[in-house]
Design a protein around this ligand. Structure first.
Ligand code: GTQ
Ligand code: FE2
Length: 353
């Protein structure tokens, strides 16, 4: 039964010889399965609300460090695979999440690929990602871009494990048969600080020599968490108590979202704050950068702590609650908003109940 009360014709109603002839021509009638392609009112989602707890995954990631040397891994990553999407190793229909480990003295070799990756730094000190010759230090909470087609390699000269969450748009690029990689030779980065410390030190200021020229696609690769956290706290101080404290990571030259497919933003939940989001057409993933709380996605409640990762499907109802009445909590949000807006089908739905 469909939304108009009308039954669509089935395959069984058609003469078998007709269906046979169609099949031989590699063709098929759409109407028996039209509602699979365009269901009424809401997409059919296989992605389930799910949480990956850092306390459970960290020991397994450390074990990967013992079991598999860098030469055998290229990237030592545990893929966060949504139970509803198996066997595809994707966190949501649009987001690949991987937890990556490099150990002191190790190097993840230079390469570039068509999917874009973004690093959300979870733990450790002394690691760097070099992107097209720009060496970006990795500090907890930092967001570091390695966009499509740009050379990148990781190195760890510090002590202790270096761990981060990779967010890739691979679930979009792979099914479209456009995903591939090129192996490179080691980059030779200089010792100068990355652009977040120099040319793009402060929002609202851009290098004068770029005025009047086409904007750069990725002028800023690293968004230091110390700056983002301070900006959220200052935003909260100036905002009304009911206003969301939510900042998007953008290209400082254009003001547009920092990546073309996946969107990145940082949320602060005030002490004790509960926030209901409008349902949105994009799927969503979160990294809990600091604090603890509870998030309900389509009726599934998940309590999270620092470094936990959790996701929900497209069109989901989401409600966050900061579990502390004393301290703020901070989340980094990932979604396919930029892609959906470009393609013209991004939507937000009013909260009705
Ligand atoms: O660090 O370059 O999780 O190429 C998957 C593919 C990380 C990376 C992933 C990659 C990388
Ligand atoms: Fe890569």
């Amino acid at each position: 039964m469909d939304g108009t009360g009308q039954e669509l014709g089935t395959l069984e109603e058609l003469p078998p010889d007709y269906v046979d002839q169609l099949t031989k021509q590699y063709a098929a009638p759409a109407w028996p399965s039209l509602r699979d392609i365009i269901p009424y009112d809401r997409p059919v989602c296989r992605t389930q609300p799910h949480i990956w707890r850092y306390a459970d995954l960290r020991p397994l990631l450390m074990r990967a460090g013992e079991l598999t040397p860098m030469e055998k891994a290229e990237r030592r990553v545990l893929m966060l695979s949504n139970p509803g999407l198996e066997p595809a190793p994707f966190a949501t229909a649009g987001i690949f999440f991987g937890l990556q480990l490099i150990l002191p003295g190790e190097m993840a070799p230079n390469h570039k690929h068509s999917p874009s990756a973004v690093r959300l730094i979870v733990e450790g000190e002394g690691g760097t990602t070099t992107v097209e010759g720009e060496r970006c230090p990795m500090e907890k909470g930092d967001v570091i871009l390695t966009p499509s087609g740009l050379w990148h390699e990781h190195e760890h000269l510090g002590a202790g494990p270096m761990i981060w969450l990779d967010a890739l748009d691979a679930p979009v690029v792979v099914p479209l048969e456009a995903s591939y990689c090129v192996a490179g030779t080691p980059q030779r980065p200089g010792n100068q600080p990355d652009a977040s410390q120099t040319r793009y030190r402060r929002s609202g200021l851009v290098p004068y020599d770029g005025l009047g020229r086409p904007a750069n696609d990725y002028p800023l690769k690293r968004y230091p968490w110390v700056e983002v956290r301070a900006a959220l706290l200052d935003m909260a101080a100036g905002a009304g108590s009911a206003d969301p404290v939510h900042l998007a990571y953008v290209n400082p030259e254009t003001g547009h979202e920092c990546m073309p497919i996946l969107g990145f933003s940082a949320i602060m939940l005030r002490p004790g704050e509960e926030r209901r989001l409008p349902r949105r057409s994009a799927s969503t993933g979160y990294l809990a950068v600091e604090g603890e709380g509870e998030t309900e996605i389509d009726g599934t409640s998940m309590s999270w702590q620092e470094n936990d990762v959790f996701v929900g499907p497209t069109h989901a109802a989401i409600r966050h609650r900061n579990g502390s009445s004393k301290n703020p909590a901070f989340l980094i949000q990932v979604d396919e908003g930029p892609m959906q807006r470009k393609l013209g089908y991004y939507e937000e739905f009013e909260i009705t109940d």
